[in-house]
Design a protein around this ligand. Structure first.
Ligand code: ADP
Ligand code: MG
Length: 735
């Protein structure tokens, strides 16, 4: 058990002067005497491997056990600390439930009370008769008698003197736990480590600390774990929240400075040519599409690299805007690379180009791991060897190159790269851009596209290095998607309706979440931002899809063409399926959340979501955006078995939402910022969430960053800050 580790003795005494100072933030936990391999493995699950990781594993709340009660004062239901002498200890086994029960009798001068622990038989030998101890727990009633159920305990020396306690008699930190690592265990370790730790060097500039009245890092880390009072904890927390935002803002400001000094190819875009291109489209661009395009064109004409974020709901038509920018570049003989997060999307972008610009004859290439193609206008499409395509790209014979982030960044040599377009990846730094260039000193223009709904003010602060364009309306021909929350009783009706639509030639998406509800531990991990990476999670998702698929295929729609798509399938398989679905060869596609990002199938008109309450609102919104892309009336059915009022209220937001931004703001109101972004967002979620929680801190941090950079653009006076910034840059993958 963690509480029996001999750690305390090994790393230092409780008195600061006794601190051995043998630990620093980089000390691996494995080097600390007393932490065995089992615990190391468990910590590893929490991504905690060094002293620093552990100390930065902050408590997510505190329990107030600060008042010490007399035993006679205790009332049923109270969370309280008592201190007394252990007057008796017994171990027995409940024959009904085959459980070990340790029972102790604790007395102080006012009276005595029983304390009970389940399934911890070793406590019989720990809680010795005659020992003085402090207990914190909930006073519970059974058979008219009060007892403490599973209280946390720690031994003390004296009942008269106030003891230096960690688990009782104070604000007690509660950590997100994992199997076999309790809050108590973590607390114990953190306490011991803090006692053996040398002073943590401060990296925030003095003037920033003073202006914001932040505690210094060394006190702040102690205060966030073991605060004297909530006020102190709050101040420490604020400091740490500020840190990240400050580093982010510094990065933004520095990036902007750096970019402003770089040169890019200035591309002439003739108005007449532009108008002509637009007039050839089978639809009219929306007003904000036009505005965005106009901004982009103006940026391209500058000799400074464009750095623009094009934000717009799913289906708002970002691709066509970016595509026209690419054509403008090609017209001036510049090359454009178009990067998509998945191969399916890369393929789709490629198809979009061919569909809307069938006469484009300057070379359009698709590079994926599954296939490589080139298109030279007039239906001239050829499969080609990748090596040949790469050669032609290097020679400048191919002007527009489409592929996945990974493939392109790995090594394509360009002749005249002038524009980089990236779908769903917000940033692309100067040196990333430079890497794409072999011997060219000019930095390409950059356009990022995103459907993540982040309110404008925040988005400006989070992506302060980017200029922002927003497409705020959906194309005119789009009908509102009829959205319904479907109660279990109406399931059959919904199925009948789906069958009717399929008979009319339409197609259907079915999205399922994993079957089992997450455990309390998983929820905590999820809160801590750890869960979305877990393989187990993915497995459960796949299992859910398989079951749903079997059910629909054999029981509900045996006469229809049902197929299944999930994240564990090979890229080729997935692409083939998506192609079949696009070509109308599949009626119903049962899928995990892989279809979430950007897939465009205009003939799909029903989005049916199982277990809708398990998804974040932004995620649901994105799912719904998969339909309503063609001219047919579309529907979104949210299936839920949950009758909870909050679920109903939350789902009704989707039913009413006009656009993603509005939804994000409302969701923020009811649930707080933690959840609307969902678990699967990558890149900036942590920071984005921190920012959302602290709009005032965003502003403060931006001002502080500007001030520091103005005074000292190279940060020469702040070597520690500089170092930190470098690390931060790497960690959040800004470069
Ligand atoms: P997203 O912004 O989600 O990337 P897309 O670019 O995939 O959206 O566009 C969704 C669909 O809408 C595509 O089929 C596209 O051709 C079409 N589209 C784009 N702009 C318009 C418009 N102004 N009017 C009608 N349809 C449009
Ligand atoms: Mg898109």
């Amino acid at each position: 058990m963690v509480e029996q580790l001999p750690l305390k003795e090994m790393v230092g005494g409780s008195n600061p002067s006794e601190r051995t100072h043998m630990l620093n933030l980089d000390t691996p936990l494995s080097e600390i005497y007393g932490i065995g391999p089992r615990f190391l493995a468990r910590f590893k699950n929490l991504k905690v491997e060094t002293v620093g990781d552990l100390l930065w594993h902050f408590p997510f709340r505190y329990e107030d056990f600060s008042r010490i009660y007399k035993i006679a004062e205790l009332k049923a239901g109270q969370q309280a600390t008592i201190q007394g002498i252990i007057t008796n200890v017994t171990l027995r086994r409940s024959w009904q439930r085959k459980m070990f029960i340790v029972e102790a009798l604790i007395s102080d001068e006012s009276g005595s009370i029983r304390a009970i622990w389940f399934n911890q038989p070793y406590l019989k030998n720990v809680l010795r008769k005659g020992k003085l101890a402090s207990f914190a727990g909930k006073a519970t009633v059974s058979k008219n008698k009060l007892y403490l159920s599973n209280p946390v305990y720690e031994f003390i020396n004296d009942l008269e003197e106030p003891a230096e306690t960690k688990h009782t008699g104070r604000l007690v930190p509660i950590y997100s736990e994992t199997r076999g690592l309790t809050s108590k265990g973590i607390r114990y370790l953190v306490d011991s480590i803090l006692k053996g730790l040398g002073e943590i060097p401060e990296f925030l500039p003095d003037l920033v600390l003073r202006a914001n009245k932040f505690p210094e890092i060394d006190s702040a880390i102690r205060q966030i774990h073991f605060p004297e009072n909530l006020e102190e904890a709050k101040k420490a927390k604020r400091r740490f929240a500020f840190e990240d935002l400050f580093l982010l803002q510094l990065t933004n400001v520095l990036q902007r400075l750096k970019l402003n000094q770089e040169k890019a190819v200035s591309l002439k875009v003739e108005i007449g040519w532009l108008k002509n291109i637009i007039s050839q489209l089978p639809f009219e661009l929306t007003i904000t599409q036009k505005k965005s395009l106009w901004k982009i064109v103006q940026d391209l004409e500058k000799s400074r690299p464009m750095n623009r974020l094009l934000q717009g709901d799913v289906g708002s038509g970002k691709t066509i805007v970016a595509a026209i920018a690419a054509l403008a570049a090609a017209k001036e003989d510049g090359q454009t690379v178009f990067m998509a997060p998945t191969e399916i999307l890369a393929n789709q972008h490629y198809q979009t180009f061919i569909k809307f610009f069938p006469d484009f004859d300057k070379g359009l290439a698709l590079i994926t791991s599954a296939q490589n193609k080139v298109f030279y206008g007039d239906g001239l499409e050829t499969e080609a060897k990748k090596s040949e395509i790469l050669k032609d790209i290097a020679l400048g014979k191919i002007k527009i190159i489409i592929g996945t982030h990974a493939l392109i960044q790995k090594g394509v040599a360009f002749k005249d790269l002038v524009l980089v377009v990236i779908d769903e990846q917000h940033r692309f730094g100067v040196s990333q851009r430079a890497k794409l260039l072999k011997n060219n000193k000019l930095i390409p223009h950059f356009l990022s596209m995103s459907a993540t709904p982040i309110p404008r003010t925040l988005s400006l602060s989070i992506f302060g290095d980017l200029d922002l364009s927003m497409i705020t309306e959906l194309p005119k021909d789009r009908k509102t998607i009829i959205t319904k929350v479907v109660a279990p009783a109406n399931r059959d009706k919904a199925y009948a309706f789906i069958r009717g639509q399929v008979k009319k030639g339409r197609q259907v998406f079915v999205i399922c979440p994993r079957i089992e509800l997450p455990s309390a531990e998983e929820l905590a991990e999820q809160k801590a931002g750890l869960l979305w990476q877990s393989r187990a999670f993915q497995n459960l998702e796949v299992k859910a899809v398989k079951e749903e698929y079997e059910k629909l295929k054999t029981k509900i729609f045996p006469d229809l063409r049902v197929a299944m798509l999930h994240g564990k399938m090979k890229t080729k398989e997935k692409e083939l399926l998506m192609k079949q679905f696009k070509d109308g060869k599949i009626d119903i596609l049962v899928s995990t959340s892989v279809v979430e990002v950007g897939v465009d199938v205009p003939n799909a008109v029903i989005m049916m979501i199982e277990g809708a309450e398990r998804f974040g609102l932004a995620q649901l919104y994105q799912f719904r955006g998969r339909v309503g892309r063609g001219t047919h009336q579309s529907f979104c059915f949210l299936f839920t078995d949950s009758l909870a009022k909050t679920t109903q209220q939350r789902l009704s937001l989707i039913v009413e939402a006009k656009n993603g931004l509005e939804l994000a703001e409302k969701d923020l109101e009811i649930r707080g910022p933690g959840e609307f972004l969902g678990e699967t967002q990558t890149g900036m979620p942590d920071l984005a969430m921190k920012a959302l929680q602290n709009p005032d801190l965003v502003k403060t941090s931006r001002e502080a960053a500007l001030e520091i950079i103005q005074k000292d653009p190279k940060l020469n006076a702040y070597p520690l800050l500089k170092e930190k910034l470098k690390k931060f840059f790497k960690e959040v993958h800004l470069e």
